[in-house]
Design a protein around this ligand. Structure first.
Ligand SMILES: [Ca+2]
Ligand SMILES: [Ca+2]
Length: 363
């Protein structure tokens, strides 16, 4: 009887563990196409998969992966690099959509070998690994691969990498922003978030919470408040909502650099060393300062000066006419500076372009 009970408990534990992670390669008994089992550099167990001679093997991939990844949140793996040689690589989770005739549909991540030693990749499906064209979905993954060719990448002769402990991870707790409200009152700008924390484990739990600012700045214009040390106890499968907020006084906002963005990270502690703790990033932008009419960085004197110069010099008239014409088009636009980061990789260019535009109008 006792034996049966112990066995049943073991089975339950293993099933639970199997639910949270699914190995796609530990290289202990089998390896991937393009990788050789190796004992030279190992992160987990006694073997890893070695990727050398990329010219001969520009792609590595497991022979099989499960098709349905939709119950998982992340793909995690360790990669050891002998040399930070700048090798460009692309990870692909293929999800071909035959109905979409425009071409190849897949989820991807481009990255460069710019480190030496072991590095953990902790990639959110749909967040860090994103779709191109119209992939069918995470419930239909055809294969996983990492590629040194294609996308204008080329295999380099001195690239030597080791891969270990590749797995799909289902977060035992999930955190997401469900609402965001901006309140401006009594000289204070407050961005109030609703964070939903879902207990996806099989038991009632309270999760530890940690917060930190992100980026290199020592001082921040915004202050993060309202983060408890831990969540209340959340029943299995249920959610709790916490309401952290970023706030800044008008005085602090005026001292900040307009159009820059500050970020804070809230981490939910799972207590499981095999699973990286889920995080959520809260961001807030420093808005352009409020101004008197004409609502620009230039004053009425600047305009009078520009008009006088335009009457005197043809080049100045041409420039002024150009500026007025651009301003007429710009006046028709509503500029809303987002607090949240967009998905476009060149978004910095947007902010710089806007700054240049503002600068040019001032000149
Ligand atoms: Ca291993
Ligand atoms: Ca297609």
């Amino acid at each position: 009887m006792r034996f049966v009970f112990v066995f049943a408990t073991l089975l339950a534990t293993q099933l639970f563990a199997a639910d949270d992670t699914l190995s796609l390669g530990d290289f202990e008994t089998w390896t991937w196409e393009g990788l050789e089992k190796s004992t030279e550099q190992v992160k987990q167990g006694t073997h890893s998969g070695k990727w050398a001679n990329l010219k001969q093997s520009p792609t590595i991939k497991p022979k099989r992966v499960p098709e349905d990844w939709s119950s998982y949140d992340r793909l995690t793996f360790w990669m050891y690099s002998e040399k930070a040689n700048g090798q460009s690589l692309t990870l692909v989770c293929n999800s071909e959509n035959k109905a979409d005739k425009e071409g190849w549909d897949y989820y991807f991540l481009h990255f460069r070998v710019d480190w030496e030693g072991w590095k953990l990749f902790n990639l959110r499906l749909g967040g860090d690994i994103v779709g191109t064209r119209k992939p069918v979905g995470w419930h239909k993954i055809d294969y996983l691969s990492i590629n040194a060719g294609g996308w204008q990448h080329h295999p380099l002769a001195d690239t030597v990498l080791y891969v270990d402990d590749v797995k799909l991870v289902r977060d035992p707790v999930r955190v997401r922003v469900t609402d965001r409200e901006v309140v401006q009152e009594d000289g204070l700008r407050r961005i109030i978030y609703s964070l939903e924390i879902e207990n996806r484990s099989g038991e009632a739990l309270s999760f530890g919470l940690e917060s930190r600012s992100r980026g290199e700045a020592d001082e921040h214009v915004y202050t993060l408040g309202g983060v408890l040390r831990k969540t209340p106890e959340i029943a299995a499968g249920e959610t709790a909502t916490i309401r952290p907020e970023l706030s800044a006084s008008a005085k602090r906002l005026a001292a900040g650099e307009p159009l820059t963005r500050e970020e804070f990270v809230i981490t939910v502690k799972t207590g499981n060393p095999d699973i990286p703790d889920p995080e959520v990033i809260l961001g807030a932008a420093i808005p352009l300062p409020e101004r008197e009419h004409p609502l620009l960085f230039a004053t009425a004197d600047t305009f009078a000066q520009a008009k006088a110069r335009a009457e005197k010099y043809p080049w100045a008239k041409k420039t002024l006419d150009g500026i007025i014409s651009s301003a007429d088009s710009a006046a028709a636009l509503t500029v809303d500076i987002p607090d949240e980061v967009g998905q476009w990789s060149q978004r910095q260019a947007c902010v710089q372009g806007l700054r240049r535009g503002v600068h040019r109008l001032a000149v």
